[in-house]
Design a protein around this ligand. Structure first.
Ligand code: IPM
Ligand code: MG
Length: 369
């Protein structure tokens, strides 16, 4: 618990830290079209993580067999990112595990458990920060309803960057939200580039700039500035509350294509969007930075499924979809298409209690490769 002067000191350190982060941001890009060897790190995670990650790992092994044999792709298992080890080391990503992670180019990561309260940061948040994975790309596609959305969630700033650095004073608690020019420009540009390269003509900028005037105000202003470079793309602003409703509203929702938004709003609304698609278990997600990228499910480690002994019913579709996104990112487009087609062929299978197991689903996908 701080008094006012201690709080001011804390705040000063926070601001200095953020200035340093902006100044030290490295924008060197990895070029996968020319890279001779790509190292894919595979991280199990907690709860249902090891179960669904293994299925995705097996799929990748089959798809990339020739390249693994030739040595142009290395699949590398990375251990130690478990809740037990993180608690034992008292670090969101233990130092030796982070060093291993940084020897990889891209990662396939199972869900990790985030401790509630306390001061231990989520492994996800730490990873996104350590590897500067600023673009969280979350596709949601429901062809029969004419829905094809791509969310570009800012992934390194907003309420998350200082989420474990809030402060408590007598009778009050304060958290911080940070939006920088650097952080906003790069996510907005990434969203517009995606739109341009994929023939999209509509981009929504979603904030709560009527209330979060400085941070979200900046986000919106920068988005409109960058929009001038993309004349073929229609840009509309929505507030997050009405956008949450609009995702349920036909025919309006069918016109949304690319949606760019700050971190916390993106976290919340992508769960809603994934639920419309068939549940969070069906949604994969890419966390992209200039140097590294990490691919994962959008859901958590589902400890209750494990407690109930139902881990084998966890749906690996999210991790397999994330694997397809990984393949696209490293420019293995043919392998990605093979996987996406195989998944499409399995679209009618229902994984879960009363349906088929995760292993049965993974087998069906493999058969359709
Ligand atoms: C997500 C998750 C994470 C987040 C948690 C696990 C920290 O909900 O990836 O959406 O809030 O970003
Ligand atoms: Mg989330």
């Amino acid at each position: 618990m701080y008094d006012i002067n201690q709080a001011l000191e804390h705040f000063k350190k926070i601001l200095e830290g953020q200035m340093e982060r902006i100044a030290n941001t490295d924008t060197t890009k990895t070029d996968f079209t020319t890279k001779k060897q790509v190292v894919i790190g595979v991280i199990d995670g907690d709860g249902i993580g090891p179960i669904i990650t293994e299925h995705a790992y097996n799929v990748l092994k089959v798809l990339l067999a020739d390249e693994i044999e030739a040595g142009s792709i290395i699949l590398k298992q990375i251990n130690g990112l478990t809740i037990e080890n993180r608690i034992a080391c008292n670090q969101p990503i233990p130092t030796d595990v982070l060093a291993e992670i940084k020897t990889c180019d891209v990662l396939l990561k199972g869900p990790t458990t985030t401790p509630h309260g306390g001061t231990m940061e989520s492994a996800n948040v730490a990873m996104r920060r350590e590897l500067d994975l600023y673009a969280n790309c979350r596709p949601v596609c429901i062809p029969e309803q004419n829905i094809d959305w791509m969310f570009y969630r800012e992934n390194t700033e907003g309420e998350y960057v200082l989420g474990s650095k809030g402060l408590e004073l007598p009778g009050m608690a304060v958290d911080f939200k940070v939006t920088t020019d650097m952080g906003t420009s790069r996510i907005v540009r990434a969203a517009f580039e995606y739109a341009k390269n994929n023939g999209k003509t509509h981009l929504s900028v979603v904030t709560k700039a009527n209330i979060m005037k400085k941070t979200d105000g900046k986000f919106t202003a920068i988005a409109h500035e960058i929009a001038k470079d993309y004349p073929g793309i229609e840009v509309e602003d929505y507030y997050i509350d009405i956008m949450t409703a609009n995702l349920l509203k036909d025919p309006l929702r069918q016109k949304f294509q690319v949606i760019v938004l700050p971190n916390l709003y993106g976290d919340i609304i992508t769960d809603e969007a994934a639920q419309l698609q068939g549940g969070v278990g069906t949604a994969g997600s890419a966390n992209i930075g200039d140097k590294y990228a990490m691919f994962e499910a959008i859901h958590g480690s589902a400890p209750r499924m494990i407690e109930r002994g139902q881990g084998h019913y966890a749906n690996p579709a999210s991790m397999i979809k994330a694997s397809a996104m990984l393949l696209r990112h490293i420019c293995r487009t043919k392998a990605a298409e093979r996987l996406e087609k195989a998944m499409d062929a399995c679209a009618d299978l229902t994984v879960g209690v009363g349906g088929i197991t995760g292993a049965e689903y993974a087998e069906a996908v493999m058969k359709n490769l």
